[in-house]
Design a protein around this ligand. Structure first.
Ligand code: 13P
Length: 257
């Protein structure tokens, strides 16, 4: 059985004071959930990581970041390394988000280097894959998933792949309010798992967690989580409020598979 994993991607929202308030609220509302049964992760902007880490220390909420650079240090203005994220208390890092692919030139090659850097420092990469609307409409969804999985995860060993979480985020469903139907999510996520069967093996494919992301809200989380290959969610907009994110996490934790 795969442990449920719900992560909030705060994107470029929240000042430090707002981030502290949100983290405190989530800690208060979610403390009863068993961390053996569910991974709850929040990924604030770099500027708020230190303060949020202090709030959630000794809680059942874990810290993640939204990106990394693949080198440990160097003359890379504006970048933050895996080593630095570890230093601040991160356990997870989102890699290859479609917004980074779309606006900041992220490629499968850079995704691959970042995954390896994260693993080197014991950070769990949440690797995002998914097609655009145009790609879906021209019937290229599976081709895009093939490309993201084969090239993004290139040369990742059997041992290391088990330390990775995959997030299927169809770009057309992100921030649009247009969620993939649970059938569309399941179809794509089963496809990803079957790819992993071919590249690795059945045992490995059955252990890897695959999240769905794209307009997840309290109203659709139960239906999405009920799908056999949906092991969790990567939540954007609905992770920015205490009540709404709490509701998503609680409903996800109640789905029995
Ligand atoms: P929304 O939940 O706002 O659609 O964003 C999804 C996402 O990009 C999470 O990484």
């Amino acid at each position: 059985m795969r442990k449920t994993i719900i992560a909030g991607n705060w994107k470029m929202y929240k000042t430090i004071a707002e981030a502290i308030e949100l983290a405190n609220g989530l800690k208060r509302e979610l403390f009863k959930l068993n961390s053996q049964e569910i991974d709850i992760i929040i990924c604030p902007a770099f500027t708020a990581l230190t303060e949020v880490a202090e709030v959630i220390v000794d809680s059942n909420i874990q810290l993640g970041a939204q990106d990394i650079h693949w080198e440990d240090e160097g003359a890379f203005t504006g970048e933050v390394s895996a080593l630095m994220l570890k230093d601040v208390g991160c356990k997870f890092v989102i890699i290859g988000h479609s917004e980074r692919r779309q606006y900041f030139g992220e490629t499968n090659e850079s995704v691959n280097k970042k995954i390896k850097a994260a693993l080197k420092h014991n950070l769990t990469p949440i690797v995002c894959v998914g097609e655009t609307l145009q790609e879906r409409e021209s019937g290229e969804t599976f081709k895009v998933l093939d490309d993201h999985i084969h090239n993004g995860l290139k040369d990742i060993s059997d041992t290391d792949i088990l330390k990775i979480v995959i997030a299927y985020e169809p770009v057309w469903a992100i921030g649009t309010g247009k969620t993939a139907t649970s059938q569309q999510a399941e179809e794509a996520q089963k496809y990803i798992r079957d790819l992993l069967r071919k590249v690795y093996n059945n045992d490995i494919a059955d252990l890897i967690r695959i999240q769905y992301g794209g307009s997840v809200k309290p109203e659709n989380i139960t239906e999405l989580m009920s799908q056999p290959d949906v092991d969790g969610a990567l939540v954007g907009g609905a992770s920015l409020g205490v009540e709404i994110f709490t509701e998503i996490v609680k409903r996800a934790s109640e789905v029995v598979k």
